[in-house]
Design a binder for this molecule. Sequence first.
Ligand code: ADP
Ligand code: MG
Ligand code: MG
Length: 880
Amino acid sequence: MPKYVYDFTEGNKDLKDLLGGKGANLAEMTNLGLPVPPGFTITTDACRRFLEDGGLPEGLDEEISRHLTALEGRMGRRLGQADDPLLVSVRSGAKFSMPGMMETVLNIGLNDQSVHGLVKQAGGNERFAWDSYRRLIQMFGKTVQGIDGELFDEALEELKHGRDDLELEAADFQRLVETYKGIVREQTGQDFPADPHDQMRMAVMAVFESWNAPRAILYRRQERIPADLGTAVNVCSMVFGNCGMDSGTGVAFTRDPGSGHQGVYGDYLQNAQGEDVVAGIRNTMPLQDLERLDKPVYDELMKIMETLENHYRDLCDIEFTVERGKLWMLQTRVGKRTAGAAFRIAVQLADQGLIDLDEAVTRVSGAQLAQLMFPRFDGDAKTNKITTGMNASPGAAVGKAVFSSERAVELAAAGEDVILVRRETNPDDLAGMIAAQGVLTSRGGKTSHAAVVARGMGKTCVCGAEELEVSTKERRFTAPGGVVVSEGDVISIDGSSGAVYLGEVPVVPSPVVEYFEGATDQDDELVRAVHRIMTHADATRRLKVRANADNAEDAARARRFGAEGIGLCRTEHMFLGDRRQLVEDLVLASSKEERDQALAALEPLQKADFVEIFQAMEGLPVTIRLIDPPLHEFLPDYTELSVKVALAGDRAEEKDRRVLAAVKRLHEQNPMLGLRGVRLGLVIPGLFAMQVRAIAEAAKAVEGARAEIMIPLVGAVQELEYVKDEAQRILAEVGVEALVGTMIEVPRAALTAGQIAEAAEFFSFGTNDLTQMTWGFSRDDVEAAFFSKYLELGVFGVSPFESLDRDGVGRLVRIAAEEGRATRPDLKLGICGEHGGDPDSIHFCHQAGLDYVSCSPFRIPVARLEAGRAALTSAESDTR
Ligand code: ADP
Ligand code: MG
Ligand code: MG
């Protein structure tokens, strides 16, 4: 039979899966010899079984009894013993902290008899004992019996009658106990359970059950915490911060979670218990003041905090209680911090010698770095915050409030910055979301439509700002305090904090971006920390990082940000603008001469494009993808043109008629799967040849240029061979060398990679298309239409377009990598989908043995950092 119960002396901090974070760390502190009230932890395993079977697993009762008896022996009193009671708390604690989501009950073991025993124990302190008793009924009623907490709160308020809680006397609390018992009787039809063992058993089960409370489920979904972990339960002997002014309770950080600086950061409340500190029943005092109140306790606390920092080698937060001049530690964990503090703390700890730089790199994340790269609101600006919603997609956005997608598009077209405000968004709002600087909703969480789509677009979004009353019809919303914002009023939203401001808040560029851009002054502590971490990540990573860039400006920025080449230079934009006409000529050409003429006109323009990019990259490799989209994308819209021709009737221009016929001929039901990529190269003579010639000529013109020619959408080696032979002939003619390779973005290409590698000198995984075709998702349609539903239902925890789907798409990548290299051991492997900038996907690429990732210029620092972290934390499957 599994062991379900661990004494605090038996566990340690590495057992979070089994004991939860709180239990594992209570055990760790116990073993460190810190003053932790004795107790034991019931495992998450027991919880999982309980939730599966609907009852406590066999043997658990006895195991708990054994540990309780041992605890009683140690404490010299029995649970709820009438003349001298042992009291315990029953506390939830999952692997990941879920603040406020689950339950804790204090003072278990009190009843009408043992309350008198407690009085005696506390040297006749009646007030304290009755206060503890009423707290038990209140917490038990609320969390175990599901009674509305308001009922207890109201009764307390009524009793206080405007008095401070310190002014309440023993008799008040005694009366409150009777009132509370009445509430329990009324609400449950039963008396408050007087048997201490019943109390404990019911509380344990209630904690288990709280794992599946609706708000806990919702929270887990938002924070992407797996649903099947379960929670542990800690049974901890009570210590009392509410037995006089020489007692109290507090919380503290071992260093500032905002700046990382060492110092004393915390709050303390005298004569209080448990959650009183955070509940704000009275004003807390700064922790420094404890030094004056009780120097020995203060000094001991400082020493313990130092011990914890040195032991955990990180910022810790703690909960503690002082009982009549004796300090007790009730909780610790590695504390949450802001993105900036994460970088600063990692470097500070390395400077202190507590961790090495390898570890410092693993202590920060690409997501945190990305957060530091967003422009932000000027911290010194005067602001008028009207509410806070959920921080769904980071950034700082300012604009005029608009309440419909149409208005957003209209005003944006007129050059205005707008914020789209909706109760919630749906697929019809897509155009407005694209047009807006940011999106604000009053309903829905981090997996709502607005949040998912905005994150996908990289657009600032605050969602679920529930205090706002949005009226689309009246084109306005109201905020607390009677603030009314009508269409056209300027608001500012902070997608990193969730704050919503009235009026324009000035935006300042991120100092971290300025540093990447090459600003040399490193006064800023944060910038110095980022520099140290990035330098070490670069020295550590195996993956190279390239950029997706198709013009000289992006290429130059990418290089400043640390790109080691271009992994994807798209050529289609080079057919837009004035050049559309030339594409039109190409499509309309009715003879070889006409077609050659059109191509000949395009070639020098293309060459000039490539020359610029080769120059910007100064000898670093540049992977150029031959044209990929279907040609009709470059032609006028079918509907518009047919209306034009129809209206003109007989007077319609001959050319318009010809174009219309061509558009009609080229129209596809499903362009994603139509005439595009390598298929164009096979079907339209001369198109690819022109591009290859332009690349070759450009490479010849720029000293040291390194071109890699990439063929998109290949599914069969025969397609590639056809195009490659022609390309090599042209390269030889011009007299330059270049690699010729292919994208792997059609499942068949991945599955026949061994054959394709016969012809390809490199593979680049186009995981956007590969994801579309593996899942059968048309990205443009599905994301807006039903992804929020899929996320809500848990079909996947994160969109497969955001993070590479390791099981499906990732499997194809591994097959292709392995079989490609079996054919051609020096085959170069990269990825150029948007996944190239996604942390989890980068770790996958490292593990799968790829040579490089390629991502948008702005994501390059994130990719460098994550590639470094991947090298430090994940094992590689491949031998190389
Ligand atoms: P949470 O996870 O919400 O912080 P806790 O289990 O830590 O919940 O408990 C809530 C409050 O009760 C905390 O302030 C904690 O310090 C206090 N508390 C828990 N157990 C005890 C105990 N045995 N003695 C005194 N205070 C306790
Ligand atoms: Mg706590
Ligand atoms: Mg593609």
